[in-house]
Design a binder for this molecule. Structure first.
Ligand code: PRP
Ligand code: URA
Length: 209
């Protein structure tokens, strides 16, 4: 089974509380999603491979470390994953960005794919899939299945809130994928929403409800 990390840093937990609050409007909600994504990215990139290079400081020659290889690709799951992109690019501006469009059928809760565009050199990159909500896990499982067909070097999943159902389903379906979330909530309700959660992430980011 892949590693599951719940990033409980105080800054993340504080911002998450503001994010959950139903009185937080779209503008602040978007900013918070970006800030949480940036803080979580710090943790999710902890094991990136480094190589040694030689540089000259103003004082002397020095051996120093840089990230090796072709580095990263972020793949947000549309729509809500888009809210996390700006934050992670603040930390890794040279990363490529792919997109997967999925929505949950409101009756069956099954993901329906409508878009997929991934970087051409994805085989040389480590992929981090972005989606704030891991509810039943269907969307993340489907997105990762699609990405695996293009053989990236590795895949991680970075969400904000997970339900136990989604976390179990994702780790079972893709046991090689490390999962990073800021909170593990209580359960799903009868409509497939995370309880207590934060409501519909896409609607709150884009103000569509
Ligand atoms: C939300 C969310 C996830 C998915 C999670 O997207 O952003 O992608 O639901 O649910 P799951 O784990 O049960 O699949 P939604 O389908 O509402 O689409 P949207 O982002 O376009 O609003
Ligand atoms: N998608 C959301 O946006 N919120 C949930 O609680 C579950 C799925």
């Amino acid at each position: 089974m892949g590693n599951v990390t719940i990033t409980n840093h105080p800054l993340i937990q504080h911002k998450l509380t503001l994010l959950r609050d139903k009185n937080t409007g779209s503008k602040e909600f978007r900013a918070l999603v970006g800030e949480i994504a940036m803080l979580m990215c710090y943790e999710a990139t902890r094991d990136l491979p480094l190589k040694e290079v030689e540089i000259e400081t103003p004082v002397s020659v020095a051996k120093a470390k840089v990230i090796s290889g072709k580095k990263l690709a972020f793949v947000p799951i549309l729509r809500a994953g888009l809210g996390m992109v700006e934050g992670v690019l603040e930390l890794v501006p040279s990363a490529r960005v792919g997109h997967i469009g999925l929505y949950r059928d409101p009756e069956t809760l099954m993901p329906v794919e409508y878009y997929c565009k991934l970087p051409a050199d994805i085989t040389e990159r480590e992929v981090i899939v972005l989606d704030p909500m891991l509810a039943t896990g269907g969307s993340a499982i489907d997105a990762i299945t699609q990405i695996k067909k293009r053989s990236p070097k590795s895949i991680k999943f970075m969400g904000i809130i997970a339900a136990p159902e989604g976390l179990n389903a994702l780790s079972k379906a893709h046991s090689d994928v490390d999962i990073f979330c800021a909170a593990l909530d209580e359960k799903l309700n009868e409509h497939g929403y995370i309880v207590p959660g934060l409501g519909d992430a896409g609607d709150r980011i884009f103000g569509t409800k």
